[in-house]
Design a protein around this ligand. Sequence first.
Ligand SMILES: [Zn+2]
Length: 219
Amino acid sequence: MSEDSEPLGCLGFILKLFGIDLGQWGGSASGMARLPYRLRDDFLSPAELSFYRVLQAAVGDEWAICCKVRLADLFFVPRGDGDTAHRNRIDRKHVDFLLCDPRTMQPRLGIELDDASHNRVERQERDKLVDDVFDAAELPLLRIPAARTYQKPQVIALVKGALADTPRESLPETTTDAVPVCPKCGVPMVRRTASKGRNQGAEFWGCANYPHCRQVVQV
Ligand SMILES: [Zn+2]
């Protein structure tokens, strides 16, 4: 909004008050036609919105809720693990909801609402892939059958149960001079020097996939 100049200024504002929009007539200073983007009114389906409200009441401030997150924003394929096929497989896929640590926004739990479409064969194949991707990346995924209404205690119990299954991250320490392998990605790590912070100047092994992977092993 702020980038566009308003050639009609005050008049344009008055026209807008009366519901007259000159924008579609190329009213912007550049004379460019209006781009064909319109805001969707169904960002969340009624079922998703209904579940979102209960989820929000259930988790409160404890977790940040993200809606419709692209799998490609959640997961990465480590370098060296080759072809772009793995990347392409998740390229256009989303998870319905994601619970993140509200301080760091680190993803902790994916939630999928399974409606009737999940019974279709191609949908089941898609679900299986998504399950496997979450599994490989060790991010728990909770599947909840779509319902007309949701009960808060039931959602709390499901979320708590799924979070309890979260595997604890273990950081193996290496004491040899050999190049360690990133415990998360399975690729050889890279020797780096901390450029800032408390450990400035200190050497460490960092993952070759940084910044997607921030795994560190002490030298
Ligand atoms: Zn890594």
